[in-house]
Design a protein around this ligand. Structure first.
Ligand SMILES: Cc1ncc(COP(=O)(O)O)c(C=O)c1O
Length: 410
């Protein structure tokens, strides 16, 4: 077999993958239309309003509130639900910091629990075990587009009278038992940041089917105003989270591409699931049979270092990248982030609870820790490639498997 590229051989990948972001004349026309209209601002505009309606409908939700980014979307939901000082929210330990920082932003404490080793979603049983009288909500993160177990989480939230919030930053168009994600819980949040499945560089969205909550969310995102009331009346605490008309216009066009791109990603992911599972030590993220569509933000697989003679996954990734396959970093466990280890998080909490022991920050999270160390995250543009691209990805992994001893000794 050809020598590894990292050791001077020819890379498995012979040309580059499709680029990201994707756009054409439609985005350009949409931007020019906004430019020439002179209406660049959300409030009197029509473009972001139109996008909110289209995106909500696409996700089978009655309401969509576009906002500045996915972090803001989470902050809006937490505030809109009235979660605040003294409260706790259960959050998976394997996610982007925003799923936890949005809770802290409100003065509430994120309580971390471990994840499922197959789907990387929050482990529902561990979530249930972490419930205390202070718990107000569980945040389910749909990691890499694969919905968390919304059936069991929904049941737990009903029994314990908690809100289920869906962080869908990775999951545009994903489905759980034929229902699109985002409004299976009380509300769902999306990100349109540059790496996401649709993008305007930055951007976010909250969707919900709850009419009363929608009014509060809209108000929180617009300085505490109420729709239809006088411009300088502010009824609740809110901030300015509005999305510009430029972004709304671009995102309407991006949404139109999503189905076609999702179909290609799914087809390629199915091929990789099959081919990579045949290589010893490689375990692709599982597909729960209740997931009827996976948006596939990234393609994740787990590497068992033992099957590679003890090769670290860090070295695996370096060799994989040298073969021409682009990846992005796996998340570190959230409870280990500096803000939680150095005590800074306490400054956000009410004095009654701020000095608590927070023992869960010293606990072990073996699955999250293992996912942090031993998963490979291929960026989603790789899944927009053709058959040859997929074969070259598999070839790159086979090469590393074949030459792992040389790599260890190098
Ligand atoms: C799971 C998750 N939640 C929330 C966010 C926050 O989105 P944004 O970057 O748009 O603020 C991200 C962004 O990467 C994310 O991956």
């Amino acid at each position: 077999m050809e020598k590894l590229a990292i050791l001077g051989g020819k890379p498995a990948k012979t040309n580059d993958f499709p680029t990201w972001p994707q756009y054409d004349q439609k985005e350009e026309n949409a931007l020019m239309e906004v430019l020439h209209s002179g209406v660049w601002w959300r409030t009197p505009g029509t473009k972001t309003l139109e996008f909110e309606g289209l995106f909500a409908e696409y996700h089978q939700a009655r309401h969509g509130i576009a906002c500045t980014n996915g972090t803001a979307a989470l902050e809006i939901v937490v505030a809109g639900l009235g979660i605040g000082l003294g409260d706790e929210v259960i959050v998976p330990d394997y996610t982007f910091v925003a799923s936890a920082s949005a809770v802290l932003f409100a003065g509430a404490m994120p309580v971390f629990v471990d994840i499922d080793p197959h789907t990387y979603g929050i482990d529902p049983e561990k979530a249930e075990a972490a419930i205390t009288p202070r718990t107000k909500a569980i945040i389910a993160v749909h990691v890499a587009g694969h919905p968390a177990d919304l059936e069991r989480l929904g049941e737990i939230c009903r029994i314990h009278n908690l809100f289920l919030i869906e962080d869908c930053a990775h999951a545009h168009g994903s489905e759980w038992m034929t229902r699109r994600v985002g409004s299976i819980g009380i509300a769902g949040t999306f990100s349109f940041q540059a790496s996401k499945l649709m993008t305007a560089g930055e951007g976010g969205m909250v969707i919900t089917n709850n009419d009363d909550l929608a009014v509060r969310l809209r108000s929180v995102h617009d300085c505490g105003r109420m729709p239809g009331r006088w411009f300088y009346s502010h009824y609740i605490y809110g901030s300015n989270y509005r999305l510009s008309e430029w972004q709304g216009a671009v995102l309407t066009q991006q949404l139109k591409r999503l189905d076609e791109q999702a179909a290609r990603r799914s087809e390629n992911a199915a091929y990789l699931n099959h081919a990579l599972a045949e290589i010893g030590g490689i375990r692709p993220q599982s597909l729960d049979p209740r997931v009827t569509r996976n948006g596939h933000y990234c393609y994740i697989f787990h590497v068992n270092p033992k099957a590679f003679g003890g090769l670290s996954t860090e070295k695996f990734i370096q060799a994989f990248n040298a073969e021409g396959i682009p990846t992005q970093a796996s998340y570190p466990p959230v409870h280990l982030l500096d803000v939680f280890q150095n005590g800074e998080f306490r400054k956000r909490l009410s004095p009654e609870v701020a000095n608590g022991p927070f023992d869960f920050l010293k606990a072990d999270y073996p699955v999250s820790q293992d996912a942090a160390e031993n998963t490979v995250w291929m960026v989603h543009r790789t899944l927009l490639g053709d058959e040859q691209d997929m074969a070259e990805i598999v070839e790159a992994v086979r090469k590393i498997q074949h030459h792992h001893r040389e790599l260890i000794n190098a």
